[in-house]
Design a protein around this ligand. Structure first.
Ligand SMILES: Cc1cc2nc3c(=O)[nH]c(=O)nc-3n(C[C@H](O)[C@H](O)[C@H](O)COP(=O)(O)O)c2cc1C
Length: 159
């Protein structure tokens, strides 16, 4: 079983999730950052994981473009979808997941999950810090990535 992970991460939470998925995989797995790496053809892969993170309600636009451009091919693969997102309201998190991926891919996916979030104030720029302090009310760093959710995701898809 060959697996590819295509992801986007601004401050490293989604990247940490990818690294944990890599550790958990029992077979070959290759990961590519959609903004940095050249994404290879999906031809040699039977399982595809796509994941990103949410900023101001939206997933990275490059990830959205990738899933839209490759939708037909993705629908022929075993697919897992994940997000890192820190909104406190479950309903809003559900909406963010729904808006991040095409409907057909959400329906097709074997597993879809929100792994949690981190607000690491030391990594944020001035504007981001302002947003999370004034709008979201975060005054201290938060580290709330769920290893349990990542491991469950891996078990359903990769083992
Ligand atoms: C400026 C800013 C805006 C954010 N906006 C949202 C948001 O609208 N909804 C949400 O669920 N999480 C939001 N988050 C939380 C991020 O999704 C969370 O920090 C995530 O762990 C980032 O993952 P990354 O480091 O892989 O990019 C925001 C975070 C920052 C710093």
């Amino acid at each position: 079983m060959n697996t590819i992970i295509i992801y986007a991460s601004k401050h490293g939470t989604a990247k940490k999730s990818v690294e944990r998925l890599e550790e958990k995989a029992s077979a070959s797995i290759h990961s590519f950052h959609v903004k940095v790496d050249k994404i290879p053809s999906l031809e040699g892969y039977d399982t595809v994981i796509i994941g990103g993170s949410i900023y101001l309600g939206k997933v990275q636009k490059e990830l959205m473009k990738y899933t839209n451009d490759h939708l037909d091919e993705l629908l022929t693969k075993k697919v897992g979808l994940f997000l890192c997102a820190g909104h406190p309201d479950e309903q809003q998190l559900g909406k963010e997941l729904h808006d991040a991926f095409p409907e057909a891919l959400l329906n097709h996916a074997t597993v879809k999950e929100i792994f949690g979030h981190e607000f690491d104030l030391s990594k944020l720029n001035f504007i981001e810090k302002f947003i999370v302090k004034k709008i979201v009310g975060i005054t201290e760093s938060q580290f709330a990535l769920s290893e349990e959710k990542i491991d469950n995701f891996a078990e359903q898809l990769l083992i």
